[in-house]
Design a protein around this ligand. Structure first.
Ligand code: KG4
Ligand code: ZN
Length: 341
């Protein structure tokens, strides 16, 4: 079974082709994974501009589809389905991906699969490792911060979510305040390696509170106040603030996962989403899993940030169950994972 996955919900235009045994069985093979990052187009605005993103997706999508087919040495007729992110996300971009996928599916008489972007992240770990359902998932990205029990494709229970900001956004904001550019996560992680995490004492919202909800706005404010006071020319102090910030985030994520493993025990803790690329945070979560007797799994770093392969894989998981989407499926700017399609 070969499925094309199209991702256009934010600032990455991505097209991938993934192959897997039709009858089930773990892990897929990525035959092509083309990504065009629009970073350069958005950089001078310090964040993603929805209108610019939608136009850039439109300009690039056809070329990326051709690239992916060429790399995989396949024609459209060789595919068993076309999957696209159908929400949640910036709606102009989502519409570009969905309309392209529907057009290809209709022209080739192949199944169309409308994929929830969050489900792409949630199932991505199974593309590269044989992880059985159910598992506990910490989904941490630029727009989301949630803990979920994943029972199977389309079958999720949310245990907790952020009551204000997402953790990736908090990394991006910290980087912006420190003049480190966008996106902030990788830059903060890099500097944190040279920093002393004991230098700044930052608040840990929700830490040691019951339940699994998150909050990051107080931490964001504390970072802003700290930045206002420091000498920006002092590279060491900037590294120290990055390290303190990252450690604080690690404390909070670890604490919330510890609670989740008690509330809804599973054999496996999985982390996914862009922030899951962070190696320090992975180590912290691995330690929590170990103390709870759970296995810890994270997707390869290049599959943590947005990509087409995770969308193709989610398409395969649904197609294997005989589920496809109608060609009149409407793109959804909001689409919680624990609500049935
Ligand atoms: O999943 P993703 O590519 O897009 C969304 O669906 O939001 O996540 C992007 C987010 C950004 O906020 C970025 O700063 C963060 O993931 N990120 C990281 C790292 N790499 C990307 N955060 C912390 N450490 C990293 N190494
Ligand atoms: Zn994402």
């Amino acid at each position: 079974m070969r499925v094309m996955g199209i991702e256009t919900s934010c600032d990455e235009t991505a097209v991938a082709i993934v192959e897997a045994p039709a009858g089930g069985g773990p892990v897929g093979t990525i035959l092509a994974n083309a990504i065009y990052s629009q970073l350069a187009e958005h950089r001078r605005f310090g964040g993603v501009v929805p209108e610019i993103a939608a136009r850039a997706h439109l300009e690039r999508i056809d070329g990326l589809i051709e690239d992916a087919l060429r790399t995989a040495n396949l024609g459209l007729a060789d595919l068993d389905g076309i999957a696209a992110t159908a929400g949640p996300g910036l709606i102009g971009g989502v519409m570009v991906g969905v309309m392209t996928a529907k057009g290809l599916a209709y022209a080739q008489d192949k199944p169309f699969l409308a994929i929830n972007h969050l489900e792409g992240h949630a199932l991505s770990v199974r593309l590269s490792e044989p992880v059985e359902f159910p598992y506990l998932l910490l989904l941490v990205s630029g727009g989301h911060c949630q803990l979920l029990t994943v029972r199977g494709p389309g079958d999720y229970t949310r245990l907790g979510t952020t009551i204000d900001d997402a953790v990736g956004e908090c990394f991006d904001k910290t980087a912006k305040l420190l003049g480190l550019g966008f996106p902030g996560g990788p830059a903060v992680e890099r500097l944190a390696r040279q920093g002393d995490a004991r230098r700044f004492s930052l608040p840990r919202p929700m830490w040691r509170k019951p339940g699994c909800d998150f909050s990051f706005s107080g931490l964001k404010t504390a970072v802003r106040l700290a930045v206002e006071k420091l000498d920006r020319r002092d590279e060491q102090i900037i590294a120290d603030l990055c390290a303190s910030f990252q450690q604080t985030v690690g404390d909070v994520l670890a604490d919330r996962c510890r609670n989740a493993l008690v509330m809804a025990p599973t054999a496996t803790l999985v982390v996914a989403g862009g922030v899951a690329a962070n190696l320090y945070l992975r180590r912290r979560l691995e330690a929590v899993a170990a103390t709870s007797g759970a296995r810890f799994v994270a997707p390869p770093q290049n599959l943590c940030t947005d990509n087409g392969a995770m969308i193709a894989w989610a398409g395969i998981e649904h197609l294997r169950l005989g589920r496809t989407s109608a060609l009149d499926f409407k793109p959804r700017p909001r689409w919680p994972l624990d609500v049935a399609a």
